[in-house]
Design a protein around this ligand. Structure first.
Ligand SMILES: C[S@@+](CC[C@H](N)C(=O)[O-])C[C@H]1O[C@@H](n2cnc3c(N)ncnc32)[C@H](O)[C@@H]1O
Length: 234
């Protein structure tokens, strides 16, 4: 990850691709035909079990309750904003970075007037967590993936979420998937890959916001970069 994105000016993405990766359709097809069976890491299995208890307790109290998943949530700013905006939902933010998940987010303490409690942050690897959510059939309404690591070099296609082995499971979670990136090609590729799992939707430029959803969005917009949103529905 480019630390400039966190500490100062964000540089625009540089890639050696001139358009959608020529192997994209083939890679997605391969992952759809060969289920991802790598064993789960113990720490993610444990984190999922703890989170599943919260989800089941929430659903027992609110049988038609809404679960919102905020994947790659970083420090969880978006998780907190989504919890405030959706007081009747349970919002779950997932990130593999312990230091990000446990970092204080300026402006979101009780002294700042932040009150929402309908969210949890969990440290887990989404390559495993997605498969566990899918198996447990959580009734996720909205599934956010905000500013995933772009992996812009052509040879790293399989590190992008749409080139990953977990793509079939990840895209089966949520009635609506919302992705944001400052690299439109990432979202164009995801949109093309999503057609193979019958998800369709639109790619739009985001207006500059007074309350960016995430620190990465804030940095990109502050450095004059356009942020994009892909919204996909079943
Ligand atoms: C570019 S940061 C964006 C963070 C946040 N959404 C934001 O916009 O501020 C990408 C995040 O994805 C997380 N991430 C990458 N791969 C992951 C994985 N396999 N499981 C969980 N989190 C992952 C990283 O730890 C990092 O926090």
């Amino acid at each position: 990850m480019d630390t400039n994105q966190l500490t100062g000016d964000s540089k625009a993405i540089v890639t050696n691709q001139s358009g959608i990766h020529e192997k994209l359709d083939e890679v997605v097809k391969k992952h759809l035909q060969h289920p991802f069976q790598k064993p789960f890491q113990a720490h993610t299995e444990q984190a999922f079990t703890a989170m599943d208890l919260h989800v089941q307790a929430f659903l027992a109290e609110h049988p038609s309750g809404e679960i919102i998943l905020d994947a790659c949530c970083g420090v969880g700013q978006s998780t907190r904003i989504l919890a405030e905006q959706n007081p009747h939902a349970l919002v779950i933010g997932v990130d593999k970075s312990d230091s990000r998940i446990n970092r204080n987010v300026e402006g979101f303490s009780t002294e700042d007037g932040y009150q929402a409690q309908n969210y949890h942050l969990v440290r887990a690897d989404l390559n495993d967590f997605y498969r566990l959510v899918k198996a447990a059939n959580w009734p996720v309404t909205k599934h956010y993936i905000l500013y995933p690591n772009p992996w812009p070099k052509s040879k790293h296609l399989q590190r992008r979420w749409h080139g990953s082995a977990v793509f079939p499971q990840m895209t089966s979670i949520g009635e609506t998937l919302i992705l944001r990136s400052n690299w439109p090609l990432y979202l164009q590729e995801f949109q093309q890959a999503a057609k193979q799992v019958k998800l369709t939707g639109e790619l739009c430029e985001l207006p500059v916001s007074e309350q960016p959803l995430t620190p990465f969005e804030a940095k990109y917009q502050a450095s004059g970069q356009v942020c994009w949103q892909l919204t996909l529905r079943r």
